[in-house]
Write a protein that binds this ligand. Structure first.
Ligand SMILES: [Zn+2]
Ligand SMILES: [Zn+2]
Length: 358
């Protein structure tokens, strides 16, 4: 089968090389999936550009596909059959360790070591029993592959925003008795939460929509340098989108979705007293938050990495109801052989690339 592998010498094609490799084989406890599409994630690009994986590695995790073969016992036990349109995320938590029991599934050792075999930049991949049991979901009828491929990234954003709901309640003792529902704590109408999303790539544009869903009354500002992204943010429900901030722009919650060194300083500067800063991307260099800003302004710097299983289920639900809109986030579509060129073009003027492997 055809696949795209990481090759440090293929700079012209975004470090991707089209190779021929063996199709994974059906075993007693797995399923083979014909990959039909996969979203290209910022983390894939990071791994390629910063040589964070071994040569020959096949990346790709925002996968959708069709079950090509499934072991009879797996089919019986988990209810999937040949021909089912499915999606799956790549990591599976153990649900038993200290992290998992504390709701920090993405810190679980098993979570970090599980993966598809190989990654989804290929024609066929193998899903383990763990995947079939926990992460595989059927794609609802009527939902396109493109939309379904956003299940994992949207789930990542849901978890990040939910972290803040918790902080909002803890930060306000008089709200502690208020019920914490999935639609957010009941913040008194008089208090308006000003939220800033730095970086309006696909993740920033999704984050804004999840914030709107959870905090309907919040005032959401997006910050980015690209004109098309600023316009799209307004279409997707941001209250304003800016290419620069003024000194008096301050915010109660700031999401760092840009992966740029300068955003760390920017966040501290524009954080209101008592603000929450949510780190949601890595930076090229080691950057630091100021101890004294955190102390005197009582800032909470927190992070959210990858989703929990419950976030993946809710994500698919929100996507199927159209509450999170992702259609316009795919700026580039590609086949296997042209992916490298498309990724390059997308990183200079696009939002997200989708690899179509029909
Ligand atoms: Zn991803
Ligand atoms: Zn665990």
């Amino acid at each position: 089968m055809k696949a795209l592998a990481y090759n440090p010498n293929s700079e012209k094609t975004s470090f991707l090389e089209l190779i021929e490799t063996n199709k994974p084989e059906l075993k007693a406890n797995n399923a083979i999936v014909k990959v039909t599409g996969v979203g290209i994630c910022g983390s894939d690009l990071l791994k390629l550009n910063r040589a964070l994986v071994k040569p020959g590695t096949i990346l790709g995790h925002e996968m959708v596909g069709i079950i090509d073969e499934i072991a009879p016992e797996m089919s019986q036990q988990y209810g999937f059959k040949q021909g089912d349109r499915i999606l799956s995320s790549h990591h599976v938590p153990c649900l038993e360790c200290d992290y998992c029991l504390r709701g920090k599934e993405s810190l679980c050792t098993k979570f970090k070591t599980t993966n598809f075999n190989p990654g989804a930049f290929c024609e066929y991949l193998e899903l383990s029993e763990d995947h079939l049991k926990h992460t595989v979901q059927k794609i609802p009828g009527g939902m396109t592959d493109e939309v379904a491929s956003f299940t994992e990234p949207v789930a990542c954003c849901i978890k990040a925003v939910r972290h803040c709901e918790h902080m909002m309640v803890v930060a306000r003792p008089y709200l502690q008795s208020a019920s914490l529902t999935h639609h957010g704590p009941k913040v008194p109408d008089a208090i308006q939460t000003k939220v800033l999303v730095i970086g309006l790539g696909s993740i920033g544009l999704i984050m804004g929509q999840v914030i709107r869903h959870d905090f309907p009354n919040s005032q959401i500002t997006g910050l980015d340098l690209q004109e098309t992204r600023l316009k799209l943010a307004l279409e997707l429900g941001f209250d304003q989108s800016l290419s620069a901030l003024q000194t008096d722009n301050i915010f109660n919650i700031i999401f760092l979705c840009a992966g740029a060194n300068a955003t760390v300083d920017l966040a501290s500067k524009h954080a209101a007293n008592g603000a929450i800063i949510v780190v949601f991307s890595s930076t090229p260099d080691e950057t630091h938050f100021s101890n004294n800003d955190i102390y005197y302004k009582e800032l909470t710097v927190m992070s959210s990495y990858s989703p929990n299983l419950e976030n993946l289920k809710e994500s698919l639900e929100l996507l199927s109801k159209g509450e999170i809109k992702v259609d316009k986030l795919i700026s580039h579509r590609s086949n296997l052989s042209e992916l490298g060129a498309n990724i390059r073009d997308c990183s200079s003027k696009g939002i997200k690339t989708y690899l179509d492997i029909q």
